[in-house]
Design a protein around this ligand. Structure first.
Ligand code: MEV
Length: 317
């Protein structure tokens, strides 16, 4: 993925069949507050305009996503099958009697919330068939537990809502006050990672060391400052806060050499700030570079990384 727009029409433009239902889930980036959100602090996240489209029809438990090279079946024990089984059952549907086809616009396991986007898309498509809209959030939570153990829920909330929002475990998702759309460059390290492992490592570090618990609280202050900057349209300060947040996340050992190269490359190309986004340990970075977006993408390309640009408003229309 080297461009700013979705690679193709979902499902290659094929119209929805008479027995098919459809759903969409947004990909996500976390602007500020990953990891600290697990401890109950706020995170600022964005549901991207691109994500995962799903189609569901009566079938025999097939789950396909050609663009991810994914072909699994209900009952085969794979994470994706177990997640879709869990969510379908919460919606009162028999997963073995459905076929699920996915058309993703985001890479899998790249820090862009592919599992939550998939879960939201499939849950929405199944809920249409069985009239279970009220149970979608719980069903998505069940799927996310299969992938990530006990996630905060921020990925699922952003995947469902789109736009920029503030999430806490206690109060869920609220659209954020945003003065102007946020234009981001997203750089992909190409390193897959397991969110659950990173969350466990940060949790362990903080339980073992009161000093690190204090650092988590300090990181939460950076998120709160980010909310003020967003509301004021102060992109320069938001960029600086990205840098500070990245420094803390790197100190918590969530960064990698590839993520450092992406972050430093973006800054050298004129970004106001750059940070890893999501769990880290691989995955993606985001950079704020209002006047240098193409320079950042060029720099990443020269360094062997792919990237894209996106613009996110407070709420998707
Ligand atoms: C992952 O996108 C965000 C983390 O904070 C985990 C979570 O909130 O569940 C690292």
């Amino acid at each position: 993925m080297t461009t700013s727009s979705p690679p193709t029409e979902p499902f290659a433009g094929t119209p929805l069949g008479p027995d098919e239902s459809a759903g969409f889930g947004h990909g996500k980036v976390i602007l500020l507050g990953e990891h600290t959100v697990v401890f109950g602090h706020p995170a600022i996240a964005a549901g991207l305009p691109v994500g995962v489209h799903a189609r569901v029809r009566a079938g025999s438990g097939q789950i396909l996503a050609h663009d991810w090279g994914l072909a699994v079946r209900v009952g085969d024990g794979s994470d994706v099958a177990r997640a879709i089984e869990a969510l379908a059952r919460r919606l009162g549907a028999d997963p073995a009697a459905l076929d699920v086809q996915l058309s993703p616009e985001i890479p899998a396991r790249a820090g862009l919330g592919s599992s939550a986007a998939m879960a939201v898309a499939v849950a929405r498509a199944i809920a249409v068939r069985v009239g279970a809209q009220a149970a979608i959030a719980e069903a998505v939570g069940a799927a996310e537990t299969v992938f990530h153990g006990s996630p905060s829920g921020v990925d699922a909330a952003a995947a469902a809502a789109g736009g920029i929002g503030v999430f806490t475990k206690k109060d869920g998702w609220q659209p954020a006050a945003v003065r102007q759309p946020i234009k981001l460059c997203i750089g992909l390290s190409g390193e897959p990672r397991r969110t659950a492992d990173l969350v466990a490592a940060v949790g362990l570090l903080s339980r073992r060391s009161p000093a690190i618990a204090g650092v988590v609280d300090a990181a939460a202050e950076v998120t709160r400052a980010g909310l003020v900057a967003l509301a004021a349209g102060d992109i320069d300060s938001l960029g600086r806060l990205f840098d500070v947040a990245h420094g803390i996340l790197a100190g918590l050992r969530c960064s990698t050499l590839a993520l450092e190269r992406l972050v430093h490359g973006a800054r050298a190309a004129g970004a106001l700030g750059a940070k890893l986004t999501g769990a880290g340990g691989g995955g993606a970075v985001i950079a704020l570079a209002p006047s240098h977006r193409l320079d950042v993408l060029e720099r990443w390309k020269a360094d062997g990384f792919s990237g894209l640009q996106t613009s996110i408003a407070a709420a998707t229309p």
